[in-house]
Design a protein around this ligand. Sequence first.
Ligand SMILES: Cc1ncc(COP(=O)(O)O)c(C=O)c1O
Length: 477
Amino acid sequence: MDGDTPGLITIEDAERLDIDQVHDLYEKYVSSSQVSLMTSFGFGRELVESAEGSWIRMRDGRRILDFSGGVGVLNHGHNHPRILAAREEFSRKHRMEVHKAFFSPYVAALSHNIASLLPEDLSISYFPNSGAEANEGAIKMAYKYHNGTRNTILRADISFHGKTLGAGSLTGSTENAFQFPGLPGAAIYPYGDVNAVRQAVRTHRTAAGGCDVYAIMVEPYSASTLRCWDESALRAIRRLCDEEDIVLIFDEVYTGWGKTGSLFYFMRHEGLAPDILAYSKSLGGGKASISGYTARERIFRRAYDRLADVILHSTTYYGFGEETASAIEAVNVVVEDDFPGRARKLEELLVPGLQRIAKAHPDAVREVAGTGALHGVFLNGGPRLLGLASRLAPGFSGDPQFRTKLVTLSVIAHLYREHNIMTYYSPNGANPLMVAPSLIAGPDEVEYFLDALDSTLSKGLSRLLTSFVREKVTSRW
Ligand SMILES: Cc1ncc(COP(=O)(O)O)c(C=O)c1O
């Protein structure tokens, strides 16, 4: 650490840090709990050298097959050559990042392209940097559309819309365990239950007796629980929103850009569209932190389209040059390489493969569910196994979810340690083991994964759990 400025670590120095030094710095300057959480789950004990496509190369040369799909970010895989080239070209030509006082051709082009891919008059876009910001922008626009005359927003019980104060207050995921202050007027409906939504709309009235609901947040496909709305129920919500002039917001932050087998999940239903669509993750092609929301023209115009309201919503990094250029390339790759079709091909391999595994291991697998390249294996935390988990990891017996997570983690850890495969579990709902490959994954990689999962489950969940906990107790981590 002998850079030009004493005491400051350079990039080169950072790349020379070993794992213990990185842990020390995390403990001092990031989060020591994060270090104990990650390492006790078997991850975070080594450093990554590089990543390409579906593969991660560790510093010790080990190659890991990444079947996490970057939790939605890596539809294009790691370091897609076209995204890298677009970014290198942008830098090489010294293009300008900040466009506050000039028009950005990149923002213009990306907005145009997205409008031409989305149905109906979903055509006016704004590009912040995270899924939560995209949702909050959509919510703000819906509130402003009603000019502050309505005060209720509906969200689902199992929803995941992000963790900022606003989006977090609309997130029902079980991981959102602490009550922070949030958006006023948020009411909850059970996911998928159109009658409950109708009832909520009926009961929330303004003082004058009109409808008080300004927006309904819907995840057409809930990536964190692997549940979906029935088509007829979604259409009924669309009609209800039309009748009551409620802004219908679809959160496709995770499921967008081909992941589920259509460009966006809702687009598999002809003639069905939200009033505002929020998206993120693979919009940046795995390299750029950019998100977006696109509104129907009439919603945008009534909410904001007058000089006095032009600066009511903005963020510093909106339309940053290289991020937006990366997104243009990422979307073009999604379309030209038919990512929805690729997801459907992966589904053709994954669905029968996972079902075969479920059948072969009825004691271990309770259910498999999913669509496109987004699947989950719900492991059987039956009473005997959960009892074993409690005995092996006492102190967590009051948290039944923790025991299910422990069972799932023991499978994830074995896949990682013994088969060099990376997966993750969803912290929401019943904590399925997520199988969510990038859309550039090929049949050989799927086969390798399925064989590894089959062989892992053949060990038996109680053995996997025991060795997982034993390793956790005896290892230096
Ligand atoms: C459906 C959904 N909405 C919103 C978000 C929040 O996105 P971010 O973490 O970028 O704020 C996520 C993130 O996983 C998501 O899956």
